[in-house]
Design a protein around this ligand. Structure first.
Ligand code: CA
Length: 223
């Protein structure tokens, strides 16, 4: 499993590379847009982590070239926190996922695994755990001990996000944008509705895990 990292911040690229190595993935770092594009178009990679702001050529130009050359390698864009339009542009132009800076290495690794799995490049099941629950994103089953319940669609996306970001508060705005694509009042209501659905399912399987609303901020898992 070889991952191409196109990132001009050396320390970040190195940290990502080291974390991937611990998980058994090898990686190659390219620190400018031209080299990154060359690598993406000519190399044999299982995944490309692509920064947007790069010297010589930006991430969107590279993404465009990748798609134009019909290269099937999945791409995760690394975008700046405030650049909402960047995220949408990335997804519309064929990126498989995006992650906003600053990100935790834990979230990055989880996203890498999910994208690889979605592209069938990885064998084991995509399971995420917290407290007494385990979500298998491949079979769409949420289990607690002997009990299990089917979970799919937006519920799955929401719980997956909360599990990946289990050590922090997930802002309502981020959830709305990540799951429904837009950050608006209507989508905030959706988040609340789906949190209610998930709480019901957690109760159904007898889990101690709670989705706690942190007033004014968002949600966090508690056990
Ligand atoms: Ca950059």
């Amino acid at each position: 499993m070889n991952i191409l990292i196109v990132e001009d911040e050396f320390s970040l690229a190195d940290a990502v590379s080291a974390a991937l190595k611990k998980e058994g993935f090898s990686s190659t770092i390219k620190t400018d847009g031209e080299e990154g594009e060359y690598g993406a178009l000519t190399g044999s990679y299982d995944l490309i982590l692509l920064d947007v702001m790069l010297p010589k050529k930006d991430g969107f130009e590279i993404l465009h070239s990748i798609k134009e050359e019909k290269i099937k390698t999945p791409v995760i864009m690394l975008t700046a926190k405030s650049a909402m339009t960047d995220k949408l542009a990335g997804l519309e132009n064929g990126a498989d996922d995006y992650i906003t800076k600053p990100f935790s290495i834990r979230e990055l690794l989880a996203r890498v695994k999910i994208v690889l799995k979605r592209n069938n490049n990885i064998e084991d099941t995509a399971s995420l755990s917290f407290g007494d629950i385990t979500l298998d994103t491949k079979t769409a089953k949420l289990t607690c001990g002997e009990n299990e319940v089917k979970i799919s669609g937006k519920e799955m996306n929401l719980l997956e996000y909360l599990l990946i970001n289990q050590n922090q508060i997930s802002a309502r705005e981020t959830l709305a944008e990540r799951i429904w694509g837009f950050d608006s009042e209507a989508e905030y209501n959706n988040v609340e509705v789906y949190v209610t659905f998930l709480r019901r399912k957690l109760g159904l399987i007898g889990s101690n895990v709670k989705i706690k609303a942190v007033r004014g901020l968002g949600y966090r898992l508690e056990s």
